[in-house]
Design a binder for this molecule. Structure first.
Ligand code: XMP
Length: 513
């Protein structure tokens, strides 16, 4: 793998993703790894990420100069660039100035491998205080900015290079090309991390793990569980049974998509449990968001456990449970930096300790984009692979107030209109998701036809995001918003107002509950 050393900024995951986008497998590792431990993992290259420290700080993570005697190609970014310069005998100065945001990079050496034959001026994203004042011996300086005379350097014989700016962020022009050049041209790594390759490797690994045992998977209708199950099915066929719990909080058409399209595409054994009444009963009278989430999570586990017991009885025992855990979850839980629980997330298959399955997590090494590519490679329905995130507790947390069958029908109808109009306008790929929220306890006066109405508002919450940790509200076209508003108020009689949520995250979260 390419090892991305995480110096503590939020950029390491993004760098690891960009490396994968260049068809090279990458993993994130902590800066506490010793050179011997790095060597033991036989990396194709090491990338030193940006970080919040100054190389002058007492507790700043250091780069052991011995790393540069190992022949492993190394790329330094931002803080990593400075740490690399220092470890190699260059000089880093505290300039006292901060360069932050957009800067113009001038390519100063046309023959450089990293930046040569690119436009001489590039818009790049910077975020640093210190600066490299003297490049290490044997290094060629290939770019500068108004505040940073040494903004990129390289030593191609030793396969070492670095940049002061952030090539991994979308605001940096040709950033991906520069990373690609380092990986393919300077480090000489073959771009063979492709969906087909991932599929072959994973199928073998799953077969080796499961053998002849029986395996079960909870499908949610979401991309992760759908791809995880399809992958396991490809590996062990009918040893797998999938359970789909219809909790009655799904959107229009979602159950059919799983029962019809997904089964047709995969040939998977599917058991559907119709539990809508049970969930509605448990939610009766409940308005507190956390309580709703806990009830839905608890009921889900009970229903799934009962279904799993039935499957196990028929199959003569089930040993494994498939979970759609992704790499960011693995990195975040391994990172150990105790982040506050803002909402208790309900994930399908979030089962208690005492349930006696061994876990199969075939997506543990993958980022979301890779899961989608893999889903396409497995032949899953396009609408399913491209689906926006949808929370496990479903419409239960998109009805502000008590959840009732009538309110679910209103929310479902409004949501179906929003999704249809957005798809028709071709904006699905531009947004992360668009929760449609019913303010069930709010009423306002309206006029429709000749009569006064006293209906409910629907909130549209379209957001753009890279990873749901932060988000901005999406600037959808007014004409599209107008069509959505006109259709909802025209076709859903209980709704007489449509409002747009224009809050970013933070301070708002994406969902309302
Ligand atoms: P928030 O509202 O926390 O949402 O900004 C971040 C992302 O997570 C989704 N979400 C959930 N997903 N189970 C899930 O599987 C949950 O309980 C849950 N709650 C929120 C939300 O849709 C957004 O994409």
């Amino acid at each position: 793998p390419v090892l991305v050393v995480d110096f503590g900024a939020q950029y390491a995951q993004l760098i690891a993703r960009r490396v994968r986008e260049a068809n090279v497998y990458s993993e994130i590792v902590p800066p506490t790894l010793t050179v011997a431990e790095i060597v033991a993992r036989n990396p194709a290259a090491v990338i030193l990420s940006g970080g919040p420290s100054s190389v002058y700080a007492q507790d700043a993570p250091r780069v052991d100069p011995a790393l540069f005697d190992t022949d492993i190609p190394v790329f330094g970014i931002c803080y990593g660039f400075q740490a690399m310069a220092q470890a190699l005998g260059g000089r880093v100065d505290q300039t006292g100035r901060r360069e932050y945001g957009h800067t113009e990079l001038s390519v100063t050496d046309e023959g450089g491998s990293l930046l040569g034959a690119l436009p001489d001026r590039l818009a790049v994203w910077m975020s640093h205080g210190d600066a490299v004042a003297e490049a290490p011996q044997g290094f060629r300086v290939t770019a500068s900015t108004p505040d940073t005379p040494i903004a990129a350097f390289e030593n191609t014989e030793r396969r070492l290079a670095g940049v002061q700016y952030h090539p991994e962020v979308a605001h940096t022009q040709l950033g991906q090309e520069v990373l690609r050049r380092f990986l393919h041209d300077i480090a000489g790594i073959a771009p063979d991390w492709t969906p087909a390759e991932i599929l072959t490797e994973q199928v073998e690994a799953i077969r080796a793990k499961i053998g002849d045992e029986k395996v079960i998977c909870a499908l949610s209708g979401g991309v992760d569980s759908a791809v995880a199950a399809a992958l396991v099915h490809r590996a062990v066929g009918d040893q797998l049974t999938c359970v789909f719990v219809d909790h009655g909080l799904l959107r229009q058409g979602e159950r059919a998509q799983v029962e019809r399209d997904y089964v047709a595409a995969t040939g998977i054994n599917l058991v559907t449990v119709d539990a809508a009444d049970r969930f509605l009963g448990a939610l009766a009278g409940v308005t507190d968001p956390e309580t709703k989430r806990k009830i839905i999570g608890r009921e889900f586990i009970r229903v799934f456990e009962a279904a799993a017991a039935d499957v196990a009885k028929d199959a003569g025992g089930v040993k494994f449970l498939v979970q759609g855990t992704l790499y960011p979850d693995v990195v975040e839980s391994g990172g150990g930096s105790g982040t506050a629980t803002i909402k208790s997330h309900h994930n399908v298959g979030g089962l208690p300790e005492d349930i006696t399955f061994s876990l199969v997590e075939p997506l543990r090494l993958l980022f979301k984009d890779e899961v989608r590519l893999l889903g396409a490679e497995l032949g899953l329905p396009a609408a399913m692979v491209a689906r926006h995130p949808f929370p496990g507790p479903g419409l239960g947390i998109r009805i502000i107030g008590e959840v009732t069958a009538e309110r679910l029908a209103i929310t479902r109808a409004a949501d179906a209109i929003v999704r249809a109009e957005m798809t028709a306008a071709g904006v699905d790929a531009q947004i992360w998701q668009c929760p449609v929220v019913l303010l069930a306890d709010v009423r306002s006066v309206g006029v429709q036809g000749d009569g006064r109405t006293y209906g409910h508002p629907i909130v549209l919450r379209p957001v753009s995001s890279e990873d749901a940790m932060t988000a901005d509200w999406s600037r959808l076209e007014y004409d599209l918003l107008a069509r959505i508003s006109g259709r909802i108020t025209g076709e859903v009689p209980e709704v007489n107002r449509v409002v747009l949520d224009i809050t970013s995250k933070p301070p708002g979260t994406i969902e309302w509950e």
